[in-house]
Design a protein around this ligand. Structure first.
Ligand code: UDP
Ligand code: MG
Length: 332
């Protein structure tokens, strides 16, 4: 049996403090996988330099010279974690049977890589690394992250709870992934849309062993906003709902204004202004919401996501089609 070629993709942004240690640990993992015949000796560690401003790239080049497993990819500027990941995975996908993505700070337990490969060898296309607990996170990170998952869920975006971007994708899953053409990349939402044979493995997340988080609050918020707006038109629908509500309210306000007028407690002109403000207000909000709905549709279309993915096609590739020449050919 041919051993699967694995590429571990590591997005790295200003990670000079951790790269050497990370390389060392990943090299150990790869060597033992190869020893155990779980991965091919051609397996690699691919560092993706996401436009770092420090010595990250020079370091990657040096490591490439010294370590036969290490290779690198440099992006032209800082594209952000998600795009760096995609760049790495798409590049790796060309020559590998499967890729595993992991953060450079090795907060995710690398001993699970072995479990990933076992699952892959069992025939799974997607394996999610899922965290058991968030004990090692700061309270702030824990609360914001959990709130984020809940919000996403409410908005109808399917994500795997407590799974970050630590996962294995087979070549086939990668091919499907590359058919999602959207610019606003939110991998945690997209990968579950691929389908195929999927499973999870569990681990405990550690603290960063060096350096500081490259995800300050600003990046986290924009990540969350991207996640929601690129998966859901719920915020737009919200406008329509408010419009309809205020339209209903306008009839109450109208009745109220008329009653007040009948009892003669008003200035002249007040009633008509009251009624029109509420009525027009409601109408305007409904209209904006309605236009929003159409923009939402256009937005869905312009993403030109694949409309379906085929897992097995018995029509074009029948199960028993061994492409043998029928036995009677050549017989007399
Ligand atoms: N990262 C990246 N580009 C960015 C920000 C982060 O490639 O613009 C990488 C970073 O080098 C790390 C991973 O994304 O490998 C996750 O970042 P970090 O560990 O700082 O995030 P946290 O664990 O705090 O969420
Ligand atoms: Mg981290």
């Amino acid at each position: 049996m041919k051993l699967p070629v694995l590429t571990i993709v590591v997005p790295s942004y200003n990670e000079e403090e951790v790269l050497v240690e990370t390389t060392q640990q990943l090299t150990n993992v790869l060597s033992s996988l190869i020893g155990e015949k779980l991965a091919s000796p051609e397996s690699k560690i691919l560092f993706v330099d996401d436009g770092s401003k420090d010595q990250t790239w020079t370091l990657i080049e040096e490591l490439t010279e010294k370590n036969k497993f290490v290779t690198g990819l440099k992006l032209s500027r800082n594209f952000g974690h998600q795009k760096a990941l995609l760049a790495g995975m798409e590049t790796a996908g060309k020559l590998s049977d499967c890729v595993i993505s992991i953060d450079a700070d090795l907060q995710d337990d690398i001993s699970v890589i072995r479990d990933f490969m076992i699952k892959y060898n069992e025939g799974f296309d997607i394996v999610y690394g899922v965290r058991n607990s968030r004990d090692t996170d700061t309270l702030f990170k824990r609360v914001t992250a959990q709130g984020f998952y809940r919000l996403m869920d409410k908005m109808g975006v399917n994500t795997v709870y407590n799974h970050a971007d630590y996962r294995l994708l087979s070549k086939r899953a990668l091919e499907e992934l590359s058919r999602f053409k959207e610019r606003n990349l939110f991998l945690r939402g997209i990968v579950p849309l691929i389908g195929l044979k999927t499973t999870k493995v569990y681990y405990n997340r550690k603290e960063r062993f060096a350096g500081v988080s490259k995800y300050p609050l600003k990046k986290m918020l924009s990540f969350a906003f991207d996640g929601i707006t690129s998966f859901s038109v719920v915020p737009i629908r919200f406008i329509t709902v408010i419009g309809i509500l205020s339209f209903f309210l306008s009839s109450f306000a109208g009745v109220y204004a008329l009653v007040v007028k009948l009892f003669g407690h008003t200035e002249s002109g007040w009633t008509s202004i009251m009624i029109s403000i509420w009525f027009i207000g409601g109408l305007l909000l409904i209209s904006v919401g309605l236009i929003g709905e159409y923009i939402g549709k256009i937005y869905e279309e312009t993403k030109s996501r694949p409309r379906y993915s085929i897992e097995t096609d018995l029509y074009s590739a029948p199960k028993n089609n061994t492409k043998k020449t029928p036995y009677y050919i050549g017989r007399s």
